[in-house]
Design a protein around this ligand. Structure first.
Ligand SMILES: CC(=O)SCCNC(=O)CCNC(=O)[C@H](O)C(C)(C)COP(=O)(O)OP(=O)(O)OC[C@H]1O[C@@H](n2cnc3c(N)ncnc32)[C@H](O)[C@@H]1OP(=O)(O)O
Length: 203
């Protein structure tokens, strides 16, 4: 079984670590987070400093896969870029209870969490999060570093550019185009296209 190193040990990472344990697709060997200035071993996993490890990436075994388990799109992007520049490869993690239709393409470093649905002909970019119970419908084009928060629903034919956060419980009607770096507030209903860098809140 392939070894896996997870970056980040906050709340989001706990969910990811559980999925890795439940699905048995990777052997989790290390977790890197700056809350561990000194290395600690627990249950056969080494918890150690992110900062120190990032400085010695080139000396590492190239066979190991990485997963950046950080919910914030910008921080996830920054760390994923550092790892990619050092030639590291990324795992794709899918919870056993998620439904991912056979034609869906999932980019490296992406995560599909418990009870979520990704439908036909949808393409997820790199380091995307489809969080618990989110629905990403058919024929949707999704950029890199996008986060579909828990319970959000993006309906068919939409386009979602890079670094977008679709807030928890929000709904996007069909064929909407969402520009890069947009934040759709929790509980919003989006019925019009959104330009990049804009925010949408419930009225
Ligand atoms: C597993 C997980 O936990 S994943 C987490 C996923 N995260 C989310 O879904 C959160 C998405 N983010 C939001 O909804 C945020 O509240 C944002 C981005 C829309 C707004 O953030 P900010 O601009 O910082 O707004 P701020 O918190 O300062 O609030 C400003 C005003 O907007 C209101 N507001 C904030 N968010 C919303 C919202 N989603 N809908 C309606 N009103 C809102 C606030 O109540 C406040 O109103 P007031 O001025 O009358 O007091």
């Amino acid at each position: 079984m392939e070894s896996l190193i997870i970056i980040g040990d906050g709340g989001h990472s706990k969910m990811v670590q559980n999925i890795v344990r439940e699905s048995g697709t990777y052997r989790l060997t290390e977790v890197w987070d700056d809350k561990y200035p000194e290395p600690v071993a627990r249950d056969g996993i080494l918890y150690t400093s992110l900062d120190e490890k990032l400085q010695s990436l080139t000396q590492m075994d190239s066979d190991v896969a990485f997963f950046v388990a950080i919910g914030d799109n910008e921080i996830r992007k920054k760390i994923a870029r550092t790892l990619a520049l050092a030639g590291k490869k990324f795992a794709v993690i899918v919870h056993p209870t998620a439904f991912v239709e056979a034609t869906v393409e999932i980019g490296e470093g992406s995560l599909v969490m418990a009870g979520s649905i990704v439908q036909a002909n949808t393409v997820l970019g790199k380091h995307v999060i489809v969080n618990s119970g989110a629905t990403v419908e058919h024929d949707i084009s999704v950029g890199n570093f996008v986060h579909f928060a828990p319970g959000s629903v993006v309906t068919g034919g939409c386009t979602v550019a890079d670094n977008v956060l679709i807030g928890a419980g929000s709904v996007v009607v069909p064929n909407i185009s969402i520009g890069a770096n947009v934040v759709v507030g929790a509980g919003s209903t989006l019925t019009r296209n959104l330009e990049e860098h804009s925010r949408k809140k419930t009225e």
